[in-house]
Design a protein around this ligand. Structure first.
Ligand code: PMP
Length: 304
């Protein structure tokens, strides 16, 4: 945190900082995967995440930081904790106390911190999620650009999630201001219709997901399939053979029903199952192609 490695309980910020009061921060969620056979922890697409963090910070007119330094800090934090399991890393750039400790005054007090926790995946991977289309709309580029990964944006996700959970669903799909599919509370969406893959474009009110880009590339390369970026209607989810969610935290999770209408057979679909395996094999380095996407934490420094 701001240049120091601190014990968990000493990672403190004052309650009158703008990050606490107003959600004034931008952040990333990065995964690192343990490969027991290689005796190595692989951090996935660190540089891509830090570039997006830099873009988020820029859009928020926050201070520049060095991607190389922050990348090395992320890796060093993993080494210091001696993680030998799957991990979730969250680098964050935040607004500290404003002039006079007010919520919307100028602040020169800005900082960066990174935290990492154990995070085994797997809860939804096989069984999939039952989702609903939320009555909440996605924030839009006209007010809170979803492309900026700002903490405050997640209030929108939370509103959609809380009422989905309340009504017994696992997650919420959120429509954009035009009423077409944007994304879920914390991941992007892909759909298979008549054997073709579709995903909403980056102008549909989504976070420009790194996993989405990764899967588009892997579909092309490993399965000879092109993902078409186009607007998706809500009712298309009721017609689709397969729907799945993707994100660094989410990974690749099948959606087995939408609005209580089964997707396809109501079980994980063949295309989802294939891309899920391809993704994990690459991320965990069981498939050693795309070495440029992984940093072997214990044997190498960040490749710039
Ligand atoms: N959309 C939202 C709202 C998210 O929070 C996330 C997770 N970061 C994603 C999409 C997926 O993005 P990524 O693949 O870069 O993790």
């Amino acid at each position: 945190m701001n240049g120091e490695y601190l014990p968990w309980n000493d990672c403190k910020l004052h309650i009158r900082t703008q990050v606490v009061m107003m959600g004034g921060s931008v952040f990333e969620g990065i995964r690192a995967y343990w490969n027991a056979e290689h005796n190595e922890l692989y951090a996935f697409k660190v540089r891509e995440h830090l570039l997006r963090l830099r873009d988020s910070a820029r859009a928020m007119r926050m201070k520049e930081f060095s991607i190389d330094v922050l990348g090395e800090v992320c890796l060093e934090l993993l080494r210091k904790n001696e993680f030998r399991e799957d991990v979730h890393i969250v680098p964050t750039a935040y607004l500290g106390a404003g002039e006079g400790f007010f919520a919307l005054t100028k602040t020169r007090d800005e900082g960066v911190f990174v935290s990492a926790i154990r995070r085994p995946g797997g809860k939804w991977l096989k069984d999939g999620k039952h989702v609903r289309v939320s009555s909440w709309r996605r924030i839009s580029d006209a007010c809170m650009p979803p492309r900026i990964k700002a903490s405050g944006n997640y209030i929108n996700s939370r509103l959609a999630l809380l009422d989905a959970w309340q009504d017994g669903y696992d997650d919420a799909i959120i429509l954009n201001e035009r009423g077409t599919i944007a994304e879920s509370a914390g991941s992007c969406l892909m759909m298979v219709r008549n054997g073709t893959l579709f995903t909403p474009p980056v102008t549909a009110g989504i976070l420009e997901s790194i996993t989405r880009t990764t899967l588009m590339e892997l579909f092309r390369e490993k399965m000879g399939m092109t993902v078409i970026e186009r607007e998706i209607d809500r009712s298309e989810l009721h017609y689709a053979e397969e729907v799945f969610l993707c994100g660094s935290g989410m990974e690749v999770v099948p959606v087995v029903s939408v609005d209580r209408i089964a997707v396809g057979s109501g079980k994980i679909g063949a295309i989802t199952e294939s891309i899920q395996k391809i993704y994990f094999d690459i991320a965990r380095a069981s498939d050693t192609s795309h070495a440029e996407w992984r940093v072997p934490v214990y044997s190498k420094e960040l490749v710039s």
